[in-house]
Write a protein that binds this ligand. Structure first.
Ligand SMILES: C[C@](O)(CO)[C@H](O)COP(=O)(O)OP(=O)(O)OC[C@H]1O[C@@H](n2ccc(N)nc2=O)[C@H](O)[C@@H]1O
Ligand SMILES: Nc1ncnc2c1ncn2[C@@H]1O[C@H](COP(=O)(O)OP(=O)(O)OP(=O)(O)O)[C@@H](O)[C@H]1O
Length: 292
């Protein structure tokens, strides 16, 4: 058996999110710009030769077998017929229901990490297709490039975005993604834009179509948006609950964190991180491949 592996499961931000339609199966058609952060969860994966897959860390309200990490591992076993298993440890840093894609990122890290440890060498496109059955956000984490995404988030074109510092604030509530997408007031008819226009920046590129609905359903998220907007360009990520502010340098991010610590309500949690166009997961995995 090869040794175990510690791998990052980074957060993502939606640096733009337009809802352009709804499919017959209820899923919404989006246009979004995904970028990774150098901040996230960590998974420790140790292969087993008896086929058992076990996660020794539990998450509040999620049964062991419902954890996306376990689902990803079993999906990979079923798809490849692999008789190997794994002991998995999760260090959870990303808030659940935070719009940072933590669950999707954990699932992608499990898929890529086990593909490596079980020597399966599946193409990324295959792993992304498996991941898509677990969540709309899994494919971007599998491919590992910042991306312009269409469809339900699975049609990806790699892009290079600027990599500023961000301060991400979580208002202490969990947003239920399905509740936002089910809300009658959600607008679903934004005219699609071209990728070139999205990348040009400007007002039309600093927008999240979920914001009006999330403000109504979760007023505490609105408080965070309003507080941060007075200090820096600010946007909701995904369906929330996290909100991010864009800063020009790390010192400005530190100053904003200090202002948050002294002036903001105590239940708001904040961290700083830098944007990444290459997923930290892929950087670490490439190093592990080279050592083989
Ligand atoms: C809004 C985003 O965060 C943008 O990155 C994602 O598209 C959400 O992705 P996710 O959390 O992986 O979502 P999933 O677990 O696939 O879906 C949760 C629920 O949200 C709704 N949903 C999700 C994605 C989408 N494009 N349209 C939807 O209508 C569906 O009701 C679905 O049952
Ligand atoms: N390992 C996991 N980590 C987090 N959530 C998990 C995990 N496994 C299952 N879940 C479930 O998946 C849901 C979505 O988790 P996730 O952290 O991806 O939400 P999110 O940050 O709101 O994502 P998005 O940006 O896709 O809306 C959670 O609310 C939880 O019920």
């Amino acid at each position: 058996m090869p040794d175990g592996l510690s791998l990052p499961a980074p957060a993502k931000l939606n640096r733009l999110l337009l809802i352009t339609g709804q499919r017959a199966d209820g899923y919404h058609e989006l246009q979004t710009l995904f970028q990774f952060l150098d901040h996230g969860d960590t998974l420790r994966l140790c292969p087993r030769d008896d086929g058992l897959v076990r996660l020794d860390s539990s998450l509040p309200g999620i049964a062991h077998d419902d954890n996306l990490i376990i689902k990803a591992a079993r999906l990979l076993q079923a798809d490849t017929g692999s008789s190997l298993g794994a002991d998995i440890h999760l260090e959870k840093r990303l808030p659940m229901g935070g719009g940072l894609g933590g669950g999707s990122s954990d699932a992608a890290t499990a898929l890529l990490g086990l593909d490596h440890l079980w020597s399966l060498n599946l193409p990324l496109a295959r792993l992304a297709a498996l991941g898509l059955t677990l969540g709309a956000d899994v494919p971007v984490f599998v491919h590992g490039h910042a991306a312009w995404a269409e469809g339900i988030g699975e049609r990806l074109t790699p892009v290079a975005l600027d990599t500023p510092w961000f301060v991400v604030v979580h208002p202490g509530v969990e947003v239920a993604t399905p509740a936002v997408f089910k809300a009658p007031q959600l607008t679903r008819d934004t005219p699609p834009i071209t990728m070139a226009r999205a990348l040009q920046g400007g007002a039309s590129s600093w927008r999240n179509d979920c914001e009006t609905t999330v403000r109504l359903l979760y007023p505490v998220v609105a408080d965070v948006i309003d507080w941060l907007s007075r200090r820096a360009p600010t946007l909701l990520t995904g369906t929330g609950a996290c909100v991010f502010a864009r800063l020009d340098c790390e010192e400005q991010a530190d100053a904003l964190l200090e202002a948050l610590a002294s002036e903001a309500p105590e239940h708001w949690q904040a961290f700083k991180a830098q944007g990444r166009n290459r997923s930290p997961l892929h950087v670490v995995l490439e190093r592990a491949e080279r050592r083989r």
